[in-house]
Design a protein around this ligand. Structure first.
Ligand SMILES: Nc1ncnc2c1ncn2[C@@H]1O[C@H](COP(=O)(O)OP(=O)(O)OP(=O)(O)O)[C@@H](O)[C@H]1O
Length: 577
């Protein structure tokens, strides 16, 4: 998965990658060359007292060091730039995919997990790539080159390396193997902490109202402790790595000095060669350590890459049309034919054989007990999800064949729980129509009965709105959401219980203004309140996902038992007449 992800996203950066590999190659060669030069200076300059030799080779050492530093800076620069670009691209790819998801896929992953995947998971992959750019080239060359150079200094002493390298390799891989499952658990527990935290922040008022602070604290502490436990377990393994490596290093250094001293004593080796040998031993061990460090990151990045690929590999169940219809002939006729909808995994459909025709210039209302499928039915029109059977037509065209931009322009839904974005009143109102003038915004606010309240705000249209619209009341939020839809001027308006938070007087005033404003449009209103819909041209009665009645208020009062029951639960017989 990691390789697949990297192959897919590193493609555009071939040039900087080749450049940084070359720079790494050069700087590693320079690093390997320095101990040999040092040995030469000791054996041929210092021991023989040749100042000219020392100066000449000392100068060369400085030149090689400068080259090494420059190459290193260049490699790190290109490495960091490419890794950051990769992170940006993967984040953008995940974001694009998530944007295409329908409510079904969003529900499957959950918002907290999608956020962790887009941020933390991508960051883990990005960090591994940065480390790899720095170490992938230099570590193996340094290790193999170090062995060759050490052999060049003294062959018998190199036997020490035969023991050191495998011992180091095996002990490190044993530790890394145990880390892998822990990393997966760590990412999952991070998801859980995010989920609990998000729920507690969004449900803060309910928690306070029910005085469940203690319970919620305990729940967070549980999730937090679980994350800490797994982090500590991986931390322990990581901590074990360095003492293990250092023990091997120190023991091998002692062995090299011990055997090297004997070789010098017997005249088989020069003192400069022993210094160089020790330096190469350090370089080899450093290379193994660096590789280890990288391998430590690989399992976590692999787990993260799998989680990212899972998102990228998930297709939206609301598929955009291959050859979309980009123009509609008539203006805003909505028709639902034999619609069935079943939520994923649900045994029973929540809508069955639903038929509905809503024409321009008419108001169609949908009423029914809670859970009867009203919101689901409205959601089928802007394709929040697609019918599992039957069809939804706008101006005679199946919504599944319509260009998504055209569909969004034609149909606008005011959801049951409207959402406002952080920004100002104006930025929210212009969400569906960025070119709307201030006059248009004020007009929409007037129709939505929100003009007075916005005019009363200190900055009027420029008054700040918090994320989710939490700094305005529920009723104000509903009215701003209605105004936002009015600014967009669609041909089909869908109001999902959008007047529920308004008092009766405001509800009536709003509907009267709305009727004038949307006189030529198709309006579908879902409501629980009979007074909101009794004047509608047609009322559809839903019961357990089926249409059990259709007609005007008077027609339904005459012959539809379900409708009569709903009406008489809210009004007296005289009021309902
Ligand atoms: N995401 C979901 N997954 C599974 N089932 C769902 C989901 N959303 C809604 N349902 C079920 O679908 C049925 C219809 O829900 P819907 O929200 O359409 O009803 P409604 O008539 O709008 O209700 P209300 O008047 O309370 O808003 C309900 O029984 C509900 O349990």
């Amino acid at each position: 998965m990691l390789i697949k992800l990297l192959r897919a996203h590193l493609g555009p950066y071939k040039k900087p990658i080749v450049l940084l590999v070359l720079l790494q190659l050069l700087q590693t060669c320079a690093t390997l060359y320095l101990p040999s030069l040092n040995a030469d200076i000791i054996d041929n300059g210092v021991v023989k007292g040749d100042a000219g030799y020392i100066l000449e080779f000392g100068g060369l050492m400085i030149a090689v060091s400068v080259l090494q530093v420059l190459c290193n800076v260049g490699a790190v620069f290109y490495g960091a730039r490419t890794a950051s670009a990769l992170g940006r691209d993967v984040r953008a790819a995940v974001f694009d995919r998530v944007q295409s998801f329908s409510a079904r896929e969003l529900g499957r992953f959950g918002a907290p997990s999608l956020i962790t995947r887009t941020t933390n998971d991508v960051q883990q992959v990005q960090m591994l790539v940065l480390m790899s750019f720095t170490l992938m080239v230099s570590a193996p060359i340094m290790c193999i080159g170090g062995i060759i150079m050490a052999l060049g200094q003294d062959v018998p002493l190199s036997a020490v390396l035969l023991a050191v390298v495998p011992v180091l390799g095996i002990s490190v891989s044993l530790i890394v193997k145990r880390m892998r499952p822990l990393f997966r658990t760590m990412q999952e527990r991070l998801d859980t902490v995010n989920r609990v935290l998000r729920e507690q922040i969004t449900g803060n008022r309910v928690i306070r109202a029910f005085v469940r602070d203690g319970y919620e604290e305990e729940r967070f502490r549980g999730a937090n402790t679980e994350l800490t436990d797994v982090s500590v377990a991986t931390g322990r393994l990581m901590a074990l790595m360095f003492p293990t490596v250092m023990t091997v290093v120190n023991l091998s250094s002692v062995a090299v000095v011990w055997f090297g001293a004997h070789r010098i004593d017997s005249g088989g080796m020069q003192i400069g060669a022993l210094t160089a040998f020790l330096a190469y031993l350090m370089q080899i061990v450093m290379a193994v350590m660096m590789a280890t460090f990288m391998f430590m990151m690989v399992p976590r990045a692999e787990v993260c890459a799998e989680r990212i690929e899972e998102v990228l590999g998930t297709d939206s169940s609301v598929v955009p049309p291959v050859s979309p219809v980009t123009e509609l002939r008539r203006h805003g006729q909505l028709e639902v034919r034999g619609a069935e909808f079943r939520y994923p995994g649900a045994e029973e459909p929540v809508l069955r054989a639903v038929d509905l025709v809503a024409r321009p210039g008419e108001t169609t209302a949908i009423i029914g007990s809670t859970g009867s499928g009203k919101s689901t039915l409205l959601g089928l029109v802007p394709r929040l999800f697609d019918v599992t059977d039957g069809e939804v037509l706008v101006d005679g065209e199946d919504v599944r064949t319509l260009d998504p931009v055209l569909l969004a322009k034609t149909v606008s839904l005011v959801p049951q729980k409207p959402y406002l974005f952080s920004g100002t009143v104006a930025t929210n109102l212009r969400y569906g129509n960025p070119d709307a003038t201030d006059e248009e915004l004020w007009h929409a606010l007037e129709v939505a009965q929100a003009k007075e309240f916005v005019a009363g705000l200190e900055h009027g249209l420029e008054a700040p709105i918090a994320q989710g619209g939490t700094n305005v009341s529920g009723g104000q939020r509903q009215r701003l959401a209605i105004a936002r839809t009015l600014v967009q001027r669609p041909e089909i308006y869908l109001f999902d219980d959008s007047f529920s938070a308004l008092d009766y007087a405001t509800d009536a005033a709003l509907r009267a203004a709305l009727a004038r404003e949307t006189a030529a449009a198709t309006v579908v209103i879902v409501a629980q309140r009979v007074s909101t819909i009794r004047d509608a041209d047609r009322i559809l009665v839903l019961d357990e996902g089926r249409v059990v009645g259709s007609g005007t208020h008077h027609e339904l009062m005459g012959g539809n038992e379900t409708y009569r029951e709903i009406v008489l639960s809210q009004l007296t017989e005289a009021e309902a007449a």
